[in-house]
Design a protein around this ligand. Sequence first.
Ligand code: AMP
Ligand code: ZN
Ligand code: FE
Ligand code: FE
Length: 279
Amino acid sequence: MNEFRADLHCHTTCSDGSLSPKEIVRLAKQIGLSGLSITDHDTIEAYKLALPEANELGIELVPGVEFSAVYEEASVHILGYAFNISDPSINHFCQRHKQRREARNHAILERLAAHGMPLTIEEVLASSSYPSCSIGRPHIALAMVKKGYIDTVQNAFKIYIADGKPCFIRGDSFSVQETLHIIHQAKGLAVFAHPHLFKDMILFNNLLKLEFDGLECYYARYLPINNKRWEKIASKKNWLMTGGSDFHGDIKPAISLGTSWVNEETFRKLKQHFDKCNI
Ligand code: AMP
Ligand code: ZN
Ligand code: FE
Ligand code: FE
């Protein structure tokens, strides 16, 4: 019997991952995972697409999402877990994110055109295989590579579209507080994602005072010493200690599914929360 492992952070073609929801479940089975939560950017569509495959293969699935949010101009990613996927407010929130992304993508394309790299939205959409997915900078970067403007996705970010670069646009945004409220309204649990990426310690300490339910303590690129730091914070607050790989497939080839995970005890907490809130 394999040790129980659940990867709680990964992306599919519903946002900027390269595997479909079904394919990611198959991969999870292949590598011996027992549980999974798919956390696409700003969309919850993958869950219902992946569930039949998960049931067939005996992989336990918990609803997940990774919302982009802003706190005093700083970007924060918030993972939502075990929410009611039929909840109208979280579905409406995803629609609002879709509109936000459309306007922002348009503005980024205008910047790129002004830098001599015209791209149409159709060329960007052609970088995704799932028609209604959450389109963002990774798809734009792929289209730039395809059109021959740049050699790699990494360089497209590094030179043009990463935060603060000449073609970066933040666009409209939703606050951390509103995002926490929506996740809770949908009876979900809210987790502060990859805290190591957050560099402003004053803002970080203020963020820790908000109504999160957990901290992402385990992540593909953490050394054990980092885990201890996040575990200490989570334990003090009696928060969940979650973890996952942040697998994206081809777009971030260095990170494999299952390189970070949680044990059965943590996974059961999410599953039980989901079952309790969704009867
Ligand atoms: P967006 O949600 O449109 O702002 O795009 C953010 C996503 O782009 C992140 O979640 C990553 O998947 C990806 N990303 C951010 N920075 C980089 C980078 N330097 N290289 C490759 N991908 C990146
Ligand atoms: Zn991503
Ligand atoms: Fe993230
Ligand atoms: Fe992610």
